[in-house]
Design a protein around this ligand. Structure first.
Ligand SMILES: CC(O)(O)CCCCCNCCCN
Ligand SMILES: [Zn+2]
Length: 697
């Protein structure tokens, strides 16, 4: 298991800048890179990373994406006069050249390749490259949008060629559409078989099983400010209906933001309801991130309102893919305050530090819901997890681009205001909270004969008289069982240690998981406002514990709970319970994550019911994803006889990435329907469950 986070930076890449007046390019300044690196140093993050040297990309590597004539032309720029440079620049859009930009562009591309090497050779687990010039707009024979060589596209091709990586996921959270990446891969021959889609018609049960054999492919996901094609680069092919061509269909995913002001809730709902379900189904071997931070609040380009700590969560949600192999390469980001904060949030998560809690999330706004729904329905024929998406009715989808094209709506002037006209009100936001690592990362409460996993700290059982007396009131029959009492009071003191951040997370083998959970829930201190209880497997959970909203119970099992479902008592009934991986993951990504984010608990209790049937990799994925909440304070309760689960659970709580699931097949129809029904019913209470706009008031 690879450990460590690479950081690639060299000040040489600050040594070029705009040499003439050009309002479109003046925001792309060298300080973007230096303030980001200095913030990492100041916050003690740079020292914790493995420093990997930069190198220049070779011609051959650049030619993986760009044409020979383009490379030859760029090679001439170091020797050009100022006038020649201006002349040369004119053939491209919103980009500038400089005598040193060719060298820096080779270093930027080379940095991305160094990052791929470090991760693929397992010198590190993941990493970030702080580079200039950015890359995702540059095309085969053209520079564009401050970009000269397409750093991430070159890295994807390089990974496939040198390491035989079959499936690469590129996530582009920069606020501009990386059209250069889209062009590069949309007609990418998908390997020998292309995306072989083999359909087994099983006549007798009359169910078509779409089995996607995915070969050698690059899946590109980008969200971007679009405003119905009014925002740069104003391309028709940046809209949600560009899904990739022929065999590449389904491998290009565009989420257009048709309004500014998008917030954390909008970003998370797109991750939960589109990107993550598709990414898990795709099952990449490597994740590359076009890490642009102009999607953060305060940025003059994006004009969005998502706060820097959102990138801690976006990064974490991707770290459970591809066995944690994640390479983040800087693209945009022009606010010299939110950019370094966002870079620090990203690197701190790559290092495995606890995540910040995201406060007062609500639902996605109407415009985001429209984009979300359009995208899901445009992609549903390619992805099993989206197969049962409701198709947008004309009524509730006002894709203004279409109406503008059909002349219904008069052309509005370009939305992009000049720098001076931009709404002058300065955005303000809180500095992201500190994310201190607790002295004990993971603690365990185990029977004496069960070994404590490496890295875990065993909490010896002790009996607190105060706790015991209170326990006795509730658990009469245990009163006589000294051992149970000792275990329960030890669990309560463990949770108290979590509240004080002395302990990160805990795991315990107990005689009765439900009783243990009840005891913990009833004895958490009053200043723990909300407890999320996730129960995996069948078994009766007393519903009265969730009455006052202080506890939210979400159970995934195979027995339909006759219990009245309520806002805080959610029971997901799956055909095959926890055995069917894709059904289970659909419930986790489409229900548990959104509800968990909105509920924003201070403690998570993960209960593995006896004979849950959940398989190891899914259990580890779930445990990893639950670290998103409560600053990572998760208490895992398992039945005494399940000793074999202790090691795997501990490895995740200690920060190891969950192993990748296999490429997921489409979930069973019944499971999708069950999750969809439940989502529809609960979205009135939990707005982050919404995926269609007809429900917004
Ligand atoms: C890497 C990147 O995506 O951030 C580059 C963005 C280029 C924007 C070009 N238009 C700028 C107009 C200035 N108001
Ligand atoms: Zn950008």
């Amino acid at each position: 298991m690879a450990h460590g986070t690479a950081l690639i930076y060299d000040e040489e890449m600050t040594k070029y800048k705009l040499l003439w007046v050009d309002p479109a390019c003046k925001i792309e300044v060298p300080e973007r890179l230096s303030v980001s690196y200095e913030a990492l140093v100041r916050n003690g993050l740079a020292d914790r990373c493995v420093s990997i040297p930069v190198r220049e990309a070779t011609d051959a590597e650049i030619l993986l994406v760009h044409s020979d004539e383009y490379l030859e032309a760029v090679k001439k720029t170091p020797y050009m006069t100022l006038e020649d440079l201006k002349e040369f620049t004119l053939q491209f859009g919103d980009v500038y050249f400089h005598p040193n930009i060719y060298r820096c562009a080779k270093l930027a591309a080379g940095s991305a390749l160094q990052l791929v090497d470090s991760v693929m050779m397992e010198r590190v687990r993941n990493g970030m490259a702080l580079v200039r010039p950015p890359g995702h707009h540059s095309m085969r024979s053209a520079a564009s949008g401050f970009c000269v060589f397409n750093n991430v596209a070159i890295a994807a091709r390089y990974a496939k060629q040198k390491y035989g990586v079959k499936r690469v996921l590129i996530v582009d959270w920069d606020i501009h559409h990386g059209q250069g990446v889209q062009y590069c891969f949309e007609d990418d021959p998908r390997g020998v078989f292309g995306k072989g889609r083999i359909i087994f018609g099983c006549l007798k049960c009359n169910i078509l099983v779409f089995v996607l054999f995915i070969f050698n492919s690059v899946l590109y996901f980008s969200w971007h400010r679009y405003e119905h094609q009014k925002f740069w680069p104003q391309l028709r092919e940046s809209d949600y209906d560009s899904v990739g061509k022929e065999k590449g269909a389904g491998f290009n995913i565009n989420l257009p933001w048709n309004q500014v002001g998008m917030e954390n809730s909008d970003y998370l709902s797109v991750f939960c309801h589109v990107l993550l379900p598709v990414a898990y189904e795709f099952c990449p071997d490597l994740v590359l991130v076009c890490a642009g931070f102009d999607s953060a609040i305060g940025d003059p380009e994006g004009e969005m309102c998502a706060t820097p700590d959102i990138f801690a969560h976006l990064t974490h949600l991707l770290m459970n893919l591809a066995g944690g192999r994640l390479c983040a390469v800087l693209e945009g980001g022009y606010n010299l305050t939110s950019l370094p904060q966002s870079v620090c949030q990203t690197v701190q998560t790559l290092l495995g530090d606890p995540l910040p809690q995201l406060a007062n999330l609500s639902g996605p706004c109407r415009s985001a819901l429209e984009s979300l729904q359009c995208l899901r329905s445009a992609q549903k024929q390619y992805w099993g997890s989206l197969k049962h998406t409701a198709s947008p009715t004309a009524a509730n989808i006002s894709t203004k681009r279409i109406r503008i094209a059909e002349g219904e709506v008069e052309e509005e002037e370009k939305t992009e205001l000049g720098e001076e006209e931009k709404n002058s009100e300065e955005k303000v936001w809180h500095e992201p909270p500190k994310r201190p690592c607790p002295p004990i990362r993971a603690a365990s409460v185990l029977p004496d004969d069960v070994a404590c996993p490496d890295g875990c700290k065993r909490i010896t059982k002790d009996i607190h008289p105060l706790v015991v007396s209170r326990l006795k009131d509730h658990l009469v029959q245990e009163a006589e069982d000294g051992d149970a009492l000792a275990t329960f009071s030890t669990l309560v003191s463990l949770v108290q240690k979590m509240e004080k951040n002395e302990v990160g997370s805990g795991l315990a083998l107990v005689g009765d998981v439900i009783k243990a959970m009840m005891c913990v829930v009833q004895h958490v201190s009053p200043d723990l406002n909300r407890v999320l209880v996730v129960c995996v497997g069948n078994g009766k959970i007393p519903s009265h514990i969730s009455r006052d909203g202080k506890v939210l119970v979400l159970q995934i099992s195979s027995d339909a709970s006759e219990e009245q479902q309520s806002k805080h008592y959610i029971s997901v009934c799956l055909q095959k319970g926890c055995c069917n991986t894709s059904g289970f993951m659909q419930a986790v990504l489409g229900l548990l994550l959104p509800v968990g984010y909105e509920y924003n608990p201070d403690l998570v209790v993960l209960v593995r019911m006896p004979d849950s049937g959940v398989c190891d990799v899914v259990w580890k994925q779930l445990t990893g994803l639950l670290q998103s909440f409560a600053k990572g304070h998760t208490l895992v309760l398992m039945q005494e006889k399940e000793n074999s689960c202790v090691g795997p659970t501990a490895s995740i709580l200690l920060g190891d990435p969950a192993p990748p699931l296999e490429t997921l097949q489409a979930p069973d129809r019944e499971d999708v329907d069950a999750v969809e029904r439940l989502r529809r019913r609960l979205q009135a209470d939990w707005k982050l469950l919404q995926t269609t706009s007809e429900y917004t008031s």
